[in-house]
Design a binder for this molecule. Structure first.
Ligand code: ADP
Ligand code: MG
Length: 379
């Protein structure tokens, strides 16, 4: 069991023309489960490979349990990595696959190795498969073997690189729960990489959002969902994605008035909501963000109501997604009993507390900026 600490970790490729990981600093507490999420190419695998010792950092340091391991060889780090493609030896049996790492990197006796493999096999429910070869196994079984092989090591840190991407949706849900149970039971510090924001939200104690090798935000899933620091995070976390509408901001009185792109709506934010850096906005164009689940359909006109025409109605069982012609495409996620016809005009509304406002240049959410005074992007 150990804390994992990364300071200013950096990885450049091709003599610096590619910066895969850009000065990443992060501390994962002992026994914590942290998910790292971001689109393809954002530096997730490179980060994990540096943690595992499979890739040499260009700069920065890695410490496990307070010990600097930056220059420690992979086989001497107490970490176990689970890969998307399982990486099992095809000619070895399940037992041999699970035992191999112990044989190579420890001087453990045969009896102890056997005991550990059988115990891990029981935890993963694969005792029946120990004499099978990988090509006799299903995808789900192979991933169980890969997990079992990581467990037998009893590592300080688990590293997972999209381990469930090759499995079908139902199996993925089962395996998510299983990995969480295991990690919790064993109390092993874990870093779990995925491109799937839902997986990152459901599994992580905290989640790290990466984009272009740069850490965007770290927080609990609820924090990140409620208070995304910038437009990238806001759009990446949550499904369906947050609606974004370009608005002109003007400042009548002390509140803010937001006006839609073609003047088709106005939305007034009350003075009490306009706090922090938002009080120092210049009159300019910003991006309004509101989540589909925060939008409701009104029976009639109301304050701050916006009218729009329903273009498509997408039923997803318990809810309907209404695609409206407000701005380009604006989605309202409503109860399934709210089902206007396509072509119908409806009035929609949302609370001001669900309004995000993003700076057009920096992408920063002005309601969530830490500054409480004018900054470069304010007057
Ligand atoms: P992810 O796992 O998030 O999809 P990666 O960590 O694999 O992203 O890659 C991050 C960036 O680094 C990408 O732009 C990728 O093309 C680049 N990259 C990764 N490995 C190498 C390499 N060996 N040589 C050159 N560029 C690389
Ligand atoms: Mg990857």
């Amino acid at each position: 069991m150990a804390e994992l600490r990364v300071d200013n970790l950096r990885k450049e490729y091709d003599r610096g023309s590619v910066v895969a990981v850009d000065d990443l600093s992060l501390t994962v507490a002992d026994g914590e489960f942290v998910t790292v999420v971001g689109p393809s190419g954002c530096g997730k695998t490179t980060t994990l490979r540096m943690l595992a010792g499979l890739e040499e950092p260009t700069d920065g340091s890695i410490a496990i349990g307070g010990e600097d391991v930056t220059n420690v060889h992979a086989k001497n780090r107490d970490v176990a990595m689970v890969f998307q493609n399982y990486a099992l030896y095809p000619h070895k049996t399940v037992f041999e696959n699970m035992e191999f790492g112990l044989r190579m990197s420890t001087n453990m006796g045969k009896g102890e190795r056997e005991r550990r493999v059988v115990e891990a096999a029981e935890m993963m429910d694969i005792e029946e498969l120990l004499e099978d070869k990988p090509d006799q196994l299903s995808g789900g079984q192979k991933q169980r073997v890969a997990l079992g092989r990581a467990i037998v090591r009893e590592p300080d840190v688990f590293l997972f690189d999209e381990p469930l991407s090759n499995l079908d949706a139902k199996l993925r849900t089962t395996m998510r729960a299983e990995i969480q149970r295991l990690q919790d039971e064993l109390g092993i510090t874990a870093v779990y990489v995925t491109h799937d924001q839902e997986e990152a939200m459901t599994m992580g104690d905290r989640m790290v959002i990466l984009e272009g090798g740069v850490l965007q935000q770290v927080g609990s899933p609820t924090e990140v969902y409620a208070n995304p620091v910038n437009r990238f995070v806001a759009g990446f976390v949550g499904s369906p994605s947050m609606n974004f509408v370009e608005v002109d901001v003007s400042t009548p009185g002390e509140g803010l008035r937001l006006t839609g792109p073609r003047g088709e709506f106005t939305f007034d934010l009350s003075p009490s909501y306009v706090t922090g850096s938002a009080r120092h906005l210049r009159a300019d164009r910003y991006t309004l963000g509101v989540r589909p689940e925060n939008v409701s359909v009104l029976d009639g006109p109301g304050p701050n109501a916006i009218t729009g025409t329903v273009e498509v109605i997408e039923p997803v069982g318990s809810d309907n997604y209404l695609h409206l012609d407000v701005a380009d495409d604006f989605i309202a996620r409503v109860d399934s009993d709210v089902s206007p016809e396509p072509g119908e005009t409806v009035a929609i509304a949302f609370e001001e507390s669900s309004v995000h406002l993003f700076d057009p240049e920096t992408g920063v959410d002005v309601f969530n900026a830490e500054i409480d005074a004018p900054s470069a992007s304010a007057v």
